[in-house]
Design a protein around this ligand. Structure first.
Ligand SMILES: Nc1ncnc2c1ncn2[C@@H]1O[C@H](COP(=O)(O)OP(=O)(O)O)[C@@H](O)[C@H]1O
Ligand SMILES: [Mg+2]
Length: 130
């Protein structure tokens, strides 16, 4: 696949350092996801799934390795990536999933047309969140 189009992760590692120990949450992760593809990341609790997503969202800084999005090094959070947190206190419980997802996009005014909103609703339905 073209590295210009999609997500490319190369040799990504993430170690958390606490006062008493270090925890190697991710080591040598390589992943390529083409634009428009859906993938699942499956593994036992504590294997690093959330850490990987948080690195992709740039909420965590990898200890080493590279993370490229559409050909550019990705180091800051952006509205081109969306993460729905497991902790639902970070969502608006009085809104639907669709309205929660649309909220940030409406605030940044980057998703204005009806067609775009309709497209997003379709994707949410596709991944069975709605
Ligand atoms: N902020 C953090 N500080 C220290 N250790 C962490 C932190 N976040 C995750 N970890 C540790 O990293 C490992 C992977 O965690 P996580 O990515 O949450 O796994 P998963 O989502 O697959 O259950 C676990 O051992 C977890 O305890
Ligand atoms: Mg998790």
């Amino acid at each position: 696949m073209s590295t210009e189009n999609g997500l490319v992760i190369e040799n990504l590692s993430k170690t958390f350092y606490t006062r008493h120990k270090s925890i190697e949450a991710l080591k040598g992760i390589n992943l390529r996801v083409e634009m428009g593809k859906f993938i699942n990341i499956i593994g036992p609790s504590g294997c690093g799934k959330s850490t990987l997503l948080r690195c992709i969202a740039a909420f965590e800084k990898p200890t080493s390795g590279r993370l490229m999005l559409n050909g550019a090094e990705s180091s800051e959070p952006g509205i081109d990536r969306m993460m729905v947190f497991q902790n639902f206190e970070q969502l608006f419980p009085w809104h639907t999933v669709r309205k929660n997802v649309l909220f940030a996009l409406n605030v940044t005014a980057r998703l204005s047309s009806k067609a775009e909103k309709k497209g997003l609703a379709r994707i949410i339905i596709l991944i069975w969140l709605a």
